[in-house]
Design a protein around this ligand. Sequence first.
Ligand SMILES: Cc1cc2nc3c(=O)[nH]c(=O)nc-3n(C[C@H](O)[C@H](O)[C@H](O)COP(=O)(O)O)c2cc1C
Length: 152
Amino acid sequence: MKTAIVYYSKHHGNTKRLVDAIARLGDITLIDASSGGRTDLSAYDLIGFASGTYGFQLHTSVLEFAEEHLPRGKRVFVVYTYGAKRPKTDALVRIFRAKAAQLLGTFGCPGFCTFGPFRLIGGIAKGRPSEQDITEAVTFFNELIARCAEKT
Ligand SMILES: Cc1cc2nc3c(=O)[nH]c(=O)nc-3n(C[C@H](O)[C@H](O)[C@H](O)COP(=O)(O)O)c2cc1C
């Protein structure tokens, strides 16, 4: 199953730690949504969108990438981290619907945050994602791939 993950992870690299662990499972292409790199996703069977939470949402670069470059009819999944509260994913889900994408699953966990006043108290969600979080992200992806294999 040819897989790509489009990600944005700038605050502490929290989301990237999850994405990297998933990518170690196989030949998975990682695309930084903010770097202006590869944009042709037509060759991929499965496409993940991964991001930290920025202002209650997934990062706009990931939403814009999906809007502009997600081909129609793909299988997709979502991975996110957040400091205090899970992000709203409605905007991304709307894009998926408009592009007839099949959302196979979503995984989220807390990620260390030192944004604004949280820096004064040494940050929140310290030590996250933890090893346990990373293991759960990998399990999430393995189960998702297994479900894909059943359906094909
Ligand atoms: C500018 C900014 C805005 C953020 N907004 C939120 C938010 O609205 N809700 C939340 O729970 N966490 C928020 N966070 C915390 C991040 O989502 C969290 O630390 C995440 O793990 C960062 O992912 P990254 O290291 O992969 O970029 C914010 C962090 C920054 C720097």
